[in-house]
Write a protein that binds this ligand. Structure first.
Ligand code: NAD
Ligand code: UDP
Ligand code: UDP
Length: 315
C-alpha cells in the first residue's frame, strides 16, 4: 500500500537514492532538507514527479506534517562537513532527533534513525557486533558527530521504552556511490576525483587503516528492509559491507581503474581516525535477510563513471 514517507536529509547522497527507491515503489515522498551539505542537483530529476515534494527546512526546528514513516537522515556525514560547525552538527543530531521523535509520537509514524559505525569509535573489538558499546573520545574533533549520533540513539530507545514508539536504528558503515559530493573529503570520492584529474592520491597516515565499503544501492535496500521489518525489530542493526580493505588497497584499486598518472602520497593522519572498521552483519542477515551484493570493483566502476561525467560537465 502506498505510504506518505518523510525523508529528512532527503536531498543528500543517501537520501536522494532512498527517495528514488521509495518513489519507484509507489510511495509519496516528502523530502525535507536545508541543503547544508547537498545541492538541488541531487534531486532535480525528481522535482516533476507527482509523488515527490520538497521542503526546505532545518530539522533543529519543529516540523508539523502528516506522515506514516520517517527516515531521519539529516546530518552532515563527512568529517570535513561535520567539523566545520561542530555545534550545529550536535544540534542537528540531538534537536533533530527530538523533533522527529515528537513528530513520530504525534502521528504514530514508524521512525528510522540513520546512525553510524562511528558510535563504535576506534573499536577494540573486530569486527564490530551491535552489542559492542564502543570506544569513543567524548571531547575530540569527531565527538560532535559520534556523540551526537550516540545521544540520538539514546533518545530513540527512550522514546521506544517511554512512549512505545515504533523505532528502527540502522548503524550505517562507510557507503559510497554516485552523488557523493566531489569535495566532501570522504575517501572514495577524494581518491576518484584525484585520479580522474591526474592529481596525487592523498593517503592519510601510512594507509594501513581499514574500512569496509558498501555500495549505495545495497545500503538503501537494507534501510528499506529494516523500516518494513516486524514491529518488534528495533535494532540497532549494522548495515555495511563486511569485506574490509586497507586505505592503500583502495587507492591502488582506484588508480588502476582510472589508469592515469596519479601517484600515491602520504599526508598526516587526522586525530582520532579509527584504525580499523568492519561490520558484523550476522543480525542483518538473520533478521532482515539482507547482505550486500555489489563488490567494490563494480561499485567503483559505477562511481568513477558518475564522477567522470560530473567533471566533464563542470570543466
Ligand atoms: P549527506 O551530507 O550527503 O546528506 C545529509 C543531508 O542532510 C544533506 O542533504 C544535508 O543538507 C542535510 N542536512 C544536514 N543538516 C540538516 C538540518 N539541520 N536540517 C535539514 N537537513 C539537514 O550525507 P549522507 O552520506 O547521505 O548521510 C546521510 C545520513 O546517513 C547521515 O545522517 C549520516 O550521518 C548517515 N551515515 C552515512 C554514512 C555514509 O557512509 N554515507 C555512514 C554512516 C551514517
Ligand atoms: N514536534 C515536532 N512536530 C510534531 C510534534 C512535536 O516538531 O508534530 C517537536 C516539538 O517541538 C517538541 C519535540 O518534537 O519539542 C518533542 O515532542 P514531544 O511530544 O516528545 O515532547 P514535548 O512536546 O512534550 O516537549
Ligand atoms: N582518507 C585518506 N585520504 C583521503 C580521505 C580519507 O586516506 O583523501 C582516510 C581517512 O583518514 C580514513 C579513511 O580514509 O582513515 C576513511 O575516511 P572517510 O572520511 O571517508 O570516512 P571515516 O573516517 O568517517 O570512516
Amino acid at each position: 500500500m502506498s505510504k506518505r514517507i518523510l525523508i529528512t536529509g532527503g536531498a543528500g547522497f543517501l537520501g536522494s537514492h532512498l527517495s528514488e527507491r521509495l518513489l519507484s515503489e509507489g510511495h509519496e515522498v516528502l523530502c525535507v532538507d536545508n541543503f547544508y551539505t547537498s545541492t538541488r542537483q541531487n534531486i532535480t530529476h525528481l522535482l516533476d514527479h507527482a509523488h515527490f515534494e520538497l521542503m526546505r527546512h532545518d530539522v533543529t526546528f519543529p516540523l508539523y506534517v502528516e506522515v506514516d514513516q520517517i527516515y531521519n537522515m539529516a546530518c552532515p556525514a563527512s568529517p570535513i562537513h561535520y567539523q566545520r560547525d561542530p555545534v550545529q552538527t550536535t544540534k542537528t543530531s540531538v534537536h533533530g532527533a527530538i523533533n522527529m521523535l515528537g513528530l513520530a509520537k504525534r502521528t504514530g509514524a514508524t521512525i528510522l534513525q540513520a546512525s553510524t559505525s562511528e558510535v563504535y569509535g576506534d573499536p577494540e573489538l573486530h569486527p564490530q557486533p551491535e552489542t559492542y558499546w564502543g570506544n569513543v573520545n567524548p571531547i575530540g574533533v569527531r565527538s560532535c558527530y559520534d556523540e551526537g549520533k550516540r545521544c540520538a540513539e539514546t533518545l530513540f530507545f527512550d522514546y521506544w521504552r517511554q512512549h512505545q514508539l515504533p523505532i528502527k536504528v540502522a548503524r550505517i558503515f562507510n557507503t559510497y556511490g554516485p552523488r557523493m559530493q566531489p569535495d566532501d573529503g570522504r575517501v572514495v570520492s577524494n581518491f576518484i576525483v584525484q585520479a580522474l584529474k591526474g592529481e596525487d592520491i592523498t593517503i592519510y597516515g601510512d594507509g594501513s587503516q581499514t574500512r569496509s565499503f558498501c555500495y549505495v544501492d545495497d545500503l538503501v535496500d537494507g534501510l528499506v528492509r529494516l523500516m518494513n521489518s516486524a514491529g518488534k525489530v528495533t535494532g540497532p542493526i549494522n548495515l555495511g559491507n563486511p569485506v574490509e580493505f586497507t586505505i592503500r588497497q583502495l587507492a591502488e584499486q582506484v588508480v588502476a581503474k582510472v589508469d592515469g598518472p596519479s601517484r600515491l602520497v602520504e599526508k598526516p593522519l587526522p586525530s582520532d581516525d579509527p584504525t580499523q572498521r568492519q561490520p558484523d552483519i550476522t543480525q542483518a542477515r538473520d533478521v532482515l535477510g539482507w547482505q550486500p551484493k555489489v563488490p567494490l570493483a563494480d561499485g567503483l566502476d559505477a562511481t568513477i563513471e558518475y564522477f567522470r561525467q560530473l567533471l566533464t560537465r563542470t570543466a
